[in-house]
Design a protein around this ligand. Sequence first.
Ligand code: SF4
Length: 256
Amino acid sequence: MKNVKSPSPSRRSKAAPARRASTRQRSAYKVAEVEEIFRRFSVQRPEPKGELEHVNPFTLVVAVALSAQATDAGVNKATRPLFAVADTPEKMLALGEERLRDYIKTIGLYRNKAKNVIALSEKLIADFGGEVPRTREELITLPGVGRKTANVVLQMAFGQAAIAVDTHIFRIANRIRLAPGKTPDEVELHLLRVIPEKYLFHAHHWLILHGRYVCKARRPECERCVIADLCKSPEKTCDIPAPLVELPPQVIPVPG
Ligand code: SF4
């Protein structure tokens, strides 16, 4: 999962968005329009899934920590053999930092990430009995785990409605003016306010998948977009929505 660079993250607490994260720009959509956008996403993908492979909450924390500035497919390729031998904090420590580096050396920033994975495994054992904690406040005490990673874990491992603003969500929220914001924290708070509660749980994945496969960074594929008639982006190139049908099951691309 790719990160969004936000200004001066070191000056802010990992625990809470900055005070100035109040919404300065309004959503361009009426309540009924937002409802319709997410209704259509829910028809397309009734059960959207994250594309980072994991076998338990611990391996999810590791996969998300490894995914900063990397693609999910690239992370999956490295973690498949890794999680076969190390799917608990104890086994990760037994593997050791040097051998862990070998498993993940195809992933960017792997030296630093290996250090963090070992350190977070130690902390899980020392402070949490080897279990992944279930609150954001506790999760962000783990080395290499920030607010975005914690939100992914809360949503995917523990079924809590949370929105982790990655590069796709940040781009879409601003491009289509659904929840404009200057930082990921601003966008997160804005999305939490505008998305109807019944759609909140899956909203994170709907937006990521829409950004990854349709509303792409370089050129949005508006002719394939089910919300093209509703979209208020100045960049859109088509007003006719794509047919609203349920998509085939997600296939996670595997790099060669
Ligand atoms: S119409 Fe185009 S710009 Fe708007 S959401 Fe769809 S793909 Fe993105």
